[in-house]
Design a protein around this ligand. Structure first.
Ligand code: ADP
Ligand code: MG
Length: 711
């Protein structure tokens, strides 16, 4: 008698070797085994009369063994087992290689069922190396042959045959004993298979439509749980308290008037939505989604300004120092006329700059900056990197957190910054996340379903289309010549070096990887500065440079002192250099579409016609499909949808950590199903907001929380 939590090593047939292999696949308990679902099936449910077997086709036959024997070929030193099998229609030869023990289990006169491929030699048809199974009587329950046979994602040397052998008896035991995880009303309304039946049919279906129906249930279940979890988190957050800051319309209008440009309608609308949220005493959880260059920073500035004038602090976190520095400068400039204190806090240096505006940035010590921040009125906006989430950074009066490029942060970091500020009567800050990685609709409704979304769906007027080209290796020189001409015209260029992928087998450490990238950058830099553009000013930028060096390079680049900047993907996000007009990406196939789109967004930010050149040595079909999508689409949202269809949701940011089984993964792109499951979850929560009547659902939600937060 086993339980769901029985460890696999307690099962008969699972020794230490198998246990290790199972563990490596994440299978530790009986429950894990039961939920290790097949990735596909082979239909061997129809027996073929032996006389009808054709060469080259898969077949399943059943019959009596007329004769079986094993011999060793002296020439090739191999065991060959030969048998003759007969049914009413005829007889056929069967051959197995190197399985001498077969003659111990299969004897003359036994009845067997075989599945395999038929072949042809000079003596006629024969079946080579088929799967076999003994038939004792007409009630024999076949596992590997004569039925629809499950094929498992085979890894770590665990064969499907072995998994079937282990899983089938477990199913027999648990089929009727499994507690139903879905509410009965949901099962009924959506006509879903009950859990035990679904599990049996997923592993050993009697027909393919039944297997489909079983999968449907699991896909539904998975999405339903996600929705339930996310909606519940949302309502829990709605019960928290936040600082309500009244919208100061006159102030906002004054700010908007002072801008050197007109806000787009999308910017106005988003700013309005955010300001409305900030007026409420409930924490905002809003995502500002806008393509690269759509102007998210200025929208966030409006929110921060309004907050500051209402007497509250804003923390503004960016994923890189370069970006934090840039935000510090641009917010400083934008907000200069409003007399705010803006601070900058990054990771590696001890010197910090604070601004009593208007005036040039002044350096102050970290100690002083932290002191001012903790007092509340000393610093209105603190901009920084992850350094902001250190324990020693205490805010006196934090009410708004802005996360730029939120997809670059983990859930843990996000929640840490948004934690209740202890000295503030359990106030939870409002959260404004920003991203240029558009979230496809189905994901917005599922794993991102706890967010409200504001969309910047238009770019500021006058932006030119960036001309994107895939450059074949033969045309490399032409591309260099072109870059040379652009620079003669006064423009600047980026060169991005390929990402060094983590070598799975060697499991290189993070720092080794980043050193490899640095090496690539150095080599490229040498080549470009010595051979290709000896007369130009070429510089390089990578993660191993000191903060000061990086700052100097970015400053020089933005002042036009550098012509060509060779870099790792550190410049990927956010960087704003309007004079740069060429983005050249080496090893473009190593990057995802969204990331390439981000790189491309580094140019075309000023009045100049800009270009993006993608270099690749790969001729794989998927690569060219992906890169062509980039060439043909400028719209980041369409690209994200394409990426979703080409790569599947598994590669989409934030999806992996949900641990969605492969079988349900595809359903994450099924909008109808997503909507259905979300409705079902809403209905349950409306009737029972705390899931008091559904302990199993509660458990499941708890598991999600652990998984999502342990990223
Ligand atoms: P992103 O959304 O990619 O973060 P930024 O906020 O960096 O974009 O803005 C990109 C550039 O566009 C900046 O130089 C910014 O000053 C400028 N900008 C923002 N809004 C507008 C607008 N409405 N019209 C013209 N330029 C704008
Ligand atoms: Mg930005």
């Amino acid at each position: 008698m086993y339980y769901l939590f029985t460890p696999v090593e307690k099962l008969s047939g699972v020794g230490p070797v198998f246990q290790r292999k199972l563990k490596r696949m994440g299978i530790k308990t009986v429950e894990d085994l039961l939920w290790h679902l097949p990735s596909r099936y082979e239909d061997f449910s129809k027996l073929a009369p032996i006389a009808k077997v054709k060469a080259g086709e898969k077949c399943c036959v059943a019959g009596k063994i007329l004769e079986i024997k094993t011999a060793k070929t002296w020439k090739r030193k191999m065991f060959v087992t030969q048998a003759i099998i007969e049914d009413e229609s005829g007889a056929i030869k069967v051959v197995w290689f190197n399985q001498p023990y077969l003659t111990k289990t299969l004897k003359d006169g036994d009845r067997v069922c075989l599945t395999g491929k038929a072949d042809w030699d000079k003596d006629g048809f024969y079946i080579s190396g088929p799967a076999y199974e003994k038939i004792y009587d007409e009630n024999t329950d076949l596992t590997h042959t004569g039925r629809i046979v499950p094929v498992y994602p085979e890894t770590e040397g665990l064969s499907s045959r072995w998994l079937r052998f282990i899983i089938k008896p477990l199913l027999k035991q648990f089929q009727r004993a499994l507690p139903e995880t879905l509410p009965l009303s949901v099962l009924k309304e959506h006509n879903l298979m009950p859990i035990g039946q679904a599990l049996v049919n997923a592993h050993f279906p009697d027909s393919l439509p039944e297997a489909e129906k079983a999968k449907e249930r699991f896909a539904f279940e998975e999405l339903f749980f996600i929705s339930l979890f996310v909606l519940r988190e949302r309502s829990l957050l709605a019960n928290e308290r936040a600082a309500a800051a009244p919208m100061n319309l006159a102030l906002v209008q004054r700010f908007v008037k002072m801008l050197p440009f007109k806000l787009t309608d999308a910017q106005k609308k988003s700013a309005w939505q955010i300001l409305k949220d900030l007026e409420k005493p409930r924490p905002m959880n809003r995502l500002l989604e806008g393509d690269v260059g759509s102007g998210k920073t200025v929208v966030a500035s409006i929110a921060a300004l309004n907050m500051a004038k209402a007497g509250y602090q804003t923390a503004f976190m960016a994923p890189t120092e370069i970006l934090a520095k840039q935000h510090f400068q641009s917010l400083g400039k934008l907000l200069a006329p409003f007399g705010l204190n803006v601070g900058l806090l990054t990771g590696k240096t001890d010197k910090f700059i604070s601004k009593k505006l208007p005036g040039e940035p002044i350096e102050i010590s970290r100690k002083k900056l932290l002191e001012m921040t903790s007092k509340g009125e000393g610093i209105d906006i603190l901009i920084g990197t992850q350094a902001l989430i250190q324990d020693k950074v205490k805010f006196g009066n934090l009410a708004l957190v802005v996360l730029d490029e939120q997809h670059r942060f983990g859930v843990e970091q996000r929640s840490k910054l948004c934690q209740r500020q202890k000295n503030q009567q359990s106030i939870v800050p409002h959260l404004l996340s920003m991203t240029a990685t558009p979230i496809p609709r189905t994901l917005a409704l599922t794993i991102y379903g706890d967010l409200d979304i504001s969309l910047l769906d238009e770019l500021p007027k006058g932006r030119k289309k960036i001309i994107t080209k895939i450059v074949a290796p033969a045309n490399r020189q032409k591309a260099y010549d072109f870059i040379g001409e652009q620079i003669k015209k006064g423009r600047q260029a980026f060169v991005i070096c390929p990402r060094i992928d983590k070598d799975k087998k060697n499991g290189k450490t993070k720092s080794a990887l980043s050193w490899a990238e640095v090496k690539a950058v150095k080599e490229e830099y040498e080549k470009l500065s010595r051979e290709i553009f000896p007369e130009l000013n070429v510089e390089m930028l990578h993660g191993q440079l000191g903060v000061k060096e990086k700052e100097k390079i970015m400053k020089d680049f933005s002042r036009g002192k550098i012509d060509v900047l060779v870099s790792t993907s550190v410049i990927e996000v956010g960087i704003d250099i309007p004079n740069a007009s060429v983005m050249m990406v080496e090893g473009a196939d190593r990057f995802g579409l969204a990331q390439l789109h981000q790189f491309r967004g580094r140019v075309g930010r000023g009045p100049h016609q800009s270009f993006c050149f993608l270099f690749t040595d790969s001729s794989a079909k998927k690569t060219s499909q992906r890169l062509n999508a980039l060439v043909n689409t400028e719209d980041g949202f369409k690209l994200a949808e394409k990426d979703l269809t080409i790569r599947g949701p598994g590669d989409f940011f934030g999806v992996r950590q949900w641990g969605i089984p492969d079988m349900a993964m595809a359903s994450l792109t099924d909008l109808k199903l997503v909507e259905k499951t979300r409705e079902a979850a809403k209905e349950i929560l409306t009737g029972d907001p705390f899931l008091k009547n559904y302990p199993l659902l509660c458990q499941r939600a708890e598991r999600f929380r652990q998984r999502v937060h342990l990223e």
